[in-house]
Design a protein around this ligand. Sequence first.
Ligand SMILES: Nc1nc2c(ncn2[C@@H]2O[C@H](COP(=O)(O)OP(=O)(O)OP(=O)(O)O)[C@@H](O)[C@H]2O)c(=O)[nH]1
Ligand SMILES: [Mg+2]
Length: 489
Amino acid sequence: MPPSLTSFTDDARIALDNIADRASGLVHPAIRLGVTGLSRAGKTVFISSLVHNLLNGGRLPLFEALRSGRVSAVRLEPQPDDAIPRFQYEDHIQALVRDRVWPDSTRAISELRITLDYQSASGWNRMFSRGRLSIDIVDYPGEWLLDLPLLAQDFRAFSENTAALAETGIRRELSREWLALASSIDMDAPADEMTARRLSESFAAYLRACKDDERSLSTLPPGRFLMPGDLEGSPALTFAPLPNIPDAKAPKGSLRAMMERRYDAYKNVVVKPFFREHFARLDRQIVLIDALQAINRGPEAVQDLERALTDVLACFRPGHNSFFSALLGRRIDKVLVAATKADHLHHESHDRLERLTGRLVDRAIQRIGMAGAGIEVMAIASVRATREATVKEGNQLLPVIVGTPMAGETIDGERFDGERKTAIFPGDLPEDPEAFFQKLDAPKAELPEINVVRFRPPALEETNGGLKLSVPHIRLDRAMQFLFGDRLA
Ligand SMILES: Nc1nc2c(ncn2[C@@H]2O[C@H](COP(=O)(O)OP(=O)(O)OP(=O)(O)O)[C@@H](O)[C@H]2O)c(=O)[nH]1
Ligand SMILES: [Mg+2]
């Protein structure tokens, strides 16, 4: 059965939105930069540091327009969309810089407009362009993105896919209760609200267990089950996939029919509006991934991250028969996949992290047979919480990182108070990513050990004149150059 996609009116509205955006872009050039990643990937910290560095003349040598002195002014401006919450930059940066604590988790969409006045590099452009670019930064949960593939799945396909995934690896254990409950229920019996609720709660508990810190699995649609917001308790969230659906059509008034309808409601009230109002309007995109965390958690977490990344990239780089391609055209022309928190590693390993992430992306691209053009990979730290040093052990010089562990962190049985600094040897990533992935695919894989310590944000350095410098980072300028440097040419 062909997937029923968005309706014709949806298509028409998307086209209109795009035209309206472009028309306003003529008056005042603007690009929409999507910032996404799964929860805790580092979206809020990335945006805060990027904006702080731009506003405060940060060290950004690889951001060409700034380095060559062509940027004359940078300021925050009111965002164009009145219905989207503003990204509360001031609060987040105050936490980071003044209190030296990480900003709170955000969990929903937000937007911030930053505007740059610049001189074009070419004399020709200088005559015609007004030399002003607004960047509308849109922070949205990666979990919402992982919902987009649902648009192409009917309830049966969704149920089959979810049940099949629930039988793999560690998920088998975590999904046991939900699957047992699901198989004990007669889905063709008359619909009953309490049964629907029990199923839905049990299914959500399984998703939550996957997401748990210990396991860090990534692929968990429907996304709103883990972050319901104001839809909590609504029928659109009170459903669950049903394994082993019989071939016959759902009897009228049955539990199955009710679940089908609610699944469709979820797509209509959650997924489609996100697609239409937010996703379809983006020009550029950065996808943040916490690869180190996945490596730390073990092979299954890495494989799961790879699967999630595959699904995410499929949204940006639709293959031939993808249901998005028709709707989306080719609007997003650049996607950056950035492994964050590289400051947890010594700089010798930054390139290794980048190569490893590159392989992860390659594998994802191969898997869906799409073109990788316009996709770039980097290892970055939006905020650099550590410094590098060496420690002499016997005759050996060990590369270490130095930082202030957060209060309550324990290393080797030693508990830290949030004030004292320490040096740790973070461990090495393999030089050859191939070896890593061979290990990953082998049964009983063992991955390299990385010591990930949660450090406090750094104290800002001061110049001789007592002027505070902006937030230190790793390769944030390279990310900026890729994401919007060309628009300041
Ligand atoms: N050392 C270091 N830690 C980071 C960096 N970026 C993020 N973190 C850590 O990762 C945590 C999550 O970062 P956030 O920016 O809040 O992540 P998010 O993606 O906005 O998370 P949600 O709002 O929950 O979706 C922070 O609290 C920090 O502990 C970084 O560049 N360096
Ligand atoms: Mg956030």
